[in-house]
Design a protein around this ligand. Structure first.
Ligand code: GLN
Ligand code: ZN
Length: 766
C-alpha cells in the first residue's frame, strides 16, 4: 500500500475574483441565473484544479457564495426573526449577510485567529434541515465533472461553538451569549449532531463514501466537559451509519486532549495540522495513533504562502508512516487553502524572481502534495530548493546586529508616566478633556481618484503632492474651525494603513493578483514580508510636518504599529514572529525619532491587531504578550519625555488584556467602544488604568450623527471609573469611510461635549 493525497478549501473567489464580480453585479440588478452560472463555473474550475494537480481524494461543498457558516445557518433554518419575512431564499441569504433598510445584518466576526470573517449564527431553538447542501454539491460535481467527491462540512461541534445564543432574561429581554460559554452548549451540540446524522444518512444512501467534517474548534483549549461534548456529539452524528466513512479535520492548532479525543472519536479518519507548530507531532510521537483510524496529515500549510521545504516534509511523512503505516496515511493541506491567493502564475514578471522561488499559493500547494507523494511512493527525486540560500539574499546584517545589541528587557521609557504626562500637558497647553480624532478623514472620490491617477502615471508627482497638500490644508482648517485640540493631517496619501508602510520599507513584496477573501465579496491583497525589514527613507514626515506648518495647534503624527503591520501581512516563518515584529518596530522607531526631530510633539502608533494576534492556546499567550509589549515599546524607544506617544485599538473585549495594554506604557490610548461601551467600562471598574485614555464617544461605522447628549452620557459613564485629568475625547475610529456631511456635524457635537464637561468639572479638578 502507498500513501495518497487529499485536499480542501481551495480559494472560492476564482483566479481573477470572478465570484466577487458576479455577486456584486447581481446586487446591482443582474439575473439570478447569471450569478448561479458564474458561481458554478468558478466552483467547477476549482474542482479542475484539484484534478489537474492529481489529488486523489477531491472535495465538494467546500465552496460558498458568501460564507460557509451562513450556508449552514440557512440550511438549518437558523433565520433571525428580522429576516423571516423575506421569502426568496437568495435574497434572504444576502440580507442576513449585509442587512437591509429595516434589519441590521447578522454579526460578522473573526474566524479563529485568521483574517477571515464569518457570519455568526443566531441560535434560538433547534436546528432543522431545509436543504442538504452537501448532497446537492456532491450531485452537482458528479454530474458536471464526472467524479465522486468527499463533501466537506463544518462539523456540528464547531458550528455550535461559534454561534451565539439568543435567550430571554428574567424580564423577557433578549440576551446574547457565546454558545460555547453557555451551560446549554453540550445539549445544543448534541441536538445539532442529530441533525447532522440525518444529513450524513442521506449522503450514505446516495452512495457517498467519505465525508469530511471540519472541527477547528477541537483545536481550541477545551475543558474536559467540552471534550466530552465533542465526543458525545460524534456518537450521535455517526449513529446507525454503516458504509459512510467520516473524516474529522482539525486545524490551526494541535487538537485538544490528543490522546482521549483521537482515540475516542468514533470516526474513520482524523486530520491533524502538522504545520502550525510541533505539538501534534510531539503528541503522536508520545501517544501513538489508534490502529483503527486513518491519519490525514496536514503537511503543507494552508495559511502561510511559503514554499514547502520538500525534504523536510518528506522526512515528516516518513516518520508519520513509520508510526501509523503507509496504508493508513493520507497527506493533505493542513488548513483550508482559502487563506492563500489562488495562484502564483500572474506574479511571474511582476514579483522579484527570487521572491517567487520562496512562495507557494493555493495552486502550487496542490502540486506540492503530489510531489511529496511521488517521492514517497515512487522514489521520485527530492528537488534542490536551496531555500535558505535564497532567504540569505534578503538578510540585512545591520538590522540583525542592531537587534542583537539591544537589551529588550530594558525598553522602558524614562521618567515614569506620571511625570512625563505632567510635563507634556503643561508644555502643550491643552485643556481638560482634550479632543482629537483617530487619524483619517473622509476619503472622498477625488482623493481616491488622485491616488489612482498617480499610481497609473496619469498625473505627475508634483501634481499629486500638491493635491495632497491642498487636502491637508482643507482638513487642518476644518479641524481648527470646529475647535479640535489635537489635529491630524487626514491620511489622504494612504490607501491602507498597512500597505502604505509596507511599500516604503525593505523586505516587503506586493503581489499583482494575490487576492484573499476577507469576508463575503471583500478581498484583500496582504503584503508579503519575505526578508529583513528596514526603512531606507522617511515615510510620513513630509506630510505631517507640512500639516504642522499650517497651524499653531498640535499636529499628531500617525503610524501603524509593528504588530498590526505583521499580522495583516503574510509574514515569514523562517524566523520567530517576534523577530519579524521587532524588525518592524525598529524601522518604525527610526520614523518616530525623525518625526520628533522635525518638531512633531504627539505621535500615534496604531495597534488594532494587538488583540487578534493573541495565540489561540492559553499556554502560549504569556509569551506573546511579553514580546508584543516589548515591540510596541521598542517602536518609540528613545523619545524625549516631552514627546507624547499615543496608540489606538478597536475592539471592546479588554478585560483579559488590559494589564498588557497598560504595560505598553503609551501616554494615551484611544479605544473604540461603539458596540459595547458597557463591557469596556466594566474593564476599568475592575482594573485601575492610570494612563491617558480616550474612549470612543461615537460609532463612526454608522452614518447617524450622534447627539451631544448621548456622547456626553458615554463620557460621563467613563469618567466615573477613570481619572478626569487623563480622559480624552475622540470618535471610535478613523473617519475615512464616512462623508463630510456626517463627519462635520458629528465632530462639532463631539467638541461641544468637551466644552460642557470642562465647564462642569473645571472647578472641581483644579
Ligand atoms: N489611524 C487609522 C485611521 O484613522 C486607524 C484605523 C483604525 O481605527 N483601525 O484610519
Ligand atoms: Zn479603530
Amino acid at each position: 500500500m502507498k500513501i495518497s493525497t487529499s485536499a480542501f478549501g481551495f480559494p472560492k473567489i476564482g483566479p481573477n475574483r470572478e465570484l466577487k464580480k458576479a455577486i456584486e453585479n447581481f446586487w446591482k440588478g443582474n439575473d439570478k441565473e447569471e450569478l448561479f452560472s458564474e458561481a458554478e463555473a468558478v466552483d467547477l474550475q476549482r474542482i479542475e484544479e484539484y484534478k489537474n494537480a492529481g489529488i486523489d481524494s477531491i472535495p465538494s461543498n467546500d465552496f460558498s457564495l458568501y460564507d460557509a457558516m451562513l450556508d449552514l445557518s440557512t440550511m438549518f433554518n437558523i433565520i433571525p426573526d428580522r429576516f423571516a419575512g423575506i421569502t426568496d431564499p437568495l435574497e434572504q441569504y444576502f440580507a442576513m449577510a449585509r442587512g437591509t433598510k429595516d434589519a441590521p445584518a447578522c454579526e460578522m466576526t473573526k474566524w479563529f485567529d485568521t483574517n477571515y470573517h464569518y457570519i455568526v449564527p443566531e441560535l434560538k431553538g433547534d436546528l432543522h434541515i431545509i436543504k442538504n447542501r452537501p448532497l446537492y454539491s456532491y450531485n452537482f460535481v458528479e454530474k458536471k465533472a464526472g467524479i465522486q467527491t468527499r463533501p466537506v462540512i463544518i462539523g456540528p461541534f464547531t458550528f455550535i461553538a461559534l454561534s451565539k445564543l439568543i435567550q430571554k432574561d428574567d424580564q423577557g429581554n433578549p440576551q446574547t451569549i457565546k454558545a460555547i460559554e453557555s451551560p446549554l452548549f453540550p445539549k445544543m451540540a448534541a441536538q445539532a449532531a442529530s441533525v447532522y446524522n440525518q444529513i450524513l444518512k442521506e449522503l450514505e444512501n446516495r452512495g457517498v463514501e467519505w465525508v469530511q467534517l471540519d472541527e477547528p474548534a477541537a483545536a481550541l483549549d477545551l475543558t474536559n466537559e467540552q471534550e466530552t461534548a465533542l465526543l458525545d456529539a460524534y456518537i450521535i452524528a455517526t449513529e446507525r451509519l454503516s458504509s459512510l466513512k467520516i473524516q474529522v479535520q482539525t486545524y490551526y492548532e494541535a487538537v485538544s486532549g490528543y490522546k482521549r479525543v483521537v482515540e475516542r472519536l468514533p470516526v474513520a479518519a482524523i486530520g491533524l495540522d502538522f504545520t502550525c507548530n510541533d505539538d501534534n507531532l510531539n503528541n503522536i510521537r508520545k501517544h501513538g495513533f489508534p490502529s483503527n483510524k486513518i491519519l490525514v496529515a496536514g503537511v503543507v500549510s494552508g495559511r502561510a504562502p511559503w514554499k514547502t521545504d520538500i525534504r523536510q516534509a518528506v522526512n515528516l511523512v516518513k516518520e508519520l508512516a513509520s508510526i501509523v503505516g503507509e496504508e493508513r496515511l493520507v497527506i493533505s493541506n493542513a488548513a483550508p487553502l482559502s487563506h492563500l491567493p489562488y495562484s502564483l502564475d500572474p506574479e511571474h514578471g511582476h514579483l522579484n524572481p527570487n521572491v517567487i522561488k520562496l512562495l507557494s499559493f493555493a495552486k502550487e500547494r496542490l502540486a506540492e502534495l503530489t510531489q511529496i507523494k511521488n517521492i514517497i511512493n515512487n522514489n521520485a527525486p527530492i528537488p534542490d530548493q536551496n531555500l535558505q540560500a535564497i532567504r540569505d539574499l534578503f538578510k540585512n546584517d545591520e538590522v540583525r546586529q542592531k537587534l542583537a545589541m539591544l537589551d529588550l528587557d530594558d525598553a522602558q521609557r524614562e521618567p515614569s508616566f506620571k511625570e512625563r504626562y505632567e510635563t507634556q500637558m503643561k508644555l502643550y497647553g491643552l485643556p481638560l478633556f482634550p479632543t482629537t480624532t483617530i487619524g483619517s478623514f473622509p476619503q472622498t472620490k477625488e482623493v481616491r481618484k488622485a491616488r489612482a491617477d498617480f499610481r497609473a502615471g496619469r498625473i505627475t508627482a508634483d501634481e499629486y503632492n500638491s493635491f495632497i497638500q491642498d487636502s491637508i490644508k482643507e482638513v487642518v482648517k476644518l479641524q481648527e474651525d470646529i475647535g479640535i485640540d489635537v489635529l491630524v493631517h487626514g491620511e489622504f496619501e494612504r490607501t491602507d494603513m498597512v500597505e502604505f508602510f509596507g511599500e516604503k520599507m525593505e523586505g516587503f513584496a506586493f503581489t499583482k493578483n494575490g487576492w484573499v477573501q476577507s469576508y463575503g465579496t471583500r478581498c484583500v491583497r496582504p503584503p508579503i514580508i519575505y526578508g529583513d525589514v528596514s526603512r531606507p527613507e522617511k515615510m510620513t514626515v513630509d506630510e505631517v510636518v507640512y500639516a504642522q506648518s499650517l497651524t499653531n495647534r498640535i499636529m499628531k503624527g500617525m503610524l501603524t504599529g509593528p504588530i498590526t503591520i505583521t499580522n495583516w501581512s503574510f509574514y515569514r516563518r523562517d524566523i520567530p514572529k517576534s523577530e519579524v515584529v521587532y524588525q518592524i518596530a525598529l524601522a518604525l522607531n527610526d520614523e518616530v525619532l525623525d518625526l520628533e526631530e522635525a518638531g512633531i510633539k504627539i505621535i500615534q502608533i496604531d495597534e488594532p491587531a494587538f488583540r487578534e494576534a493573541v495565540p489561540l492556546k492559553k499556554a502560549k499567550q504569556a509569551d506573546y504578550f511579553k514580546w508584543a509589549v516589548t515591540a510596541f515599546k521598542l517602536s518609540n524607544i528613545g523619545v524625549q519625555p516631552e514627546t507624547q506617544i499615543h496608540t489606538h485599538m478597536c475592539y471592546s473585549e479588554f478585560n483579559e488584556i488590559i494589564e498588557h495594554i497598560l504595560a505598553m506604557d503609551s501616554d494615551v490610548i484611544s479605544m473604540e467602544a461603539s458596540r459595547s461601551k458597557g463591557d469596556l467600562i466594566e474593564a476599568f471598574e475592575k482594573f485601575n488604568y492610570d494612563h491617558g485614555i480616550g474612549v470612543g464617544v461615537y460609532d463612526i461605522h454608522s452614518p447617524r450623527i450622534p447627539t451631544v447628549d448621548e456622547m456626553e452620557e458615554i463620557a460621563e459613564r467613563t469618567i466615573r471609573v477613570i481619572d478626569k485629568s487623563l480622559f480624552w475625547i475622540n470618535p471610535d475610529c478613523g473617519l475615512k469611510t464616512r462623508g463630510y456631511e456626517e463627519t462635520l456635524p458629528a465632530l462639532k457635537n463631539m467638541v461641544e461635549v468637551a466644552r460642557r464637561l470642562r465647564k462642569k468639572y473645571a472647578l472641581v479638578s483644579k
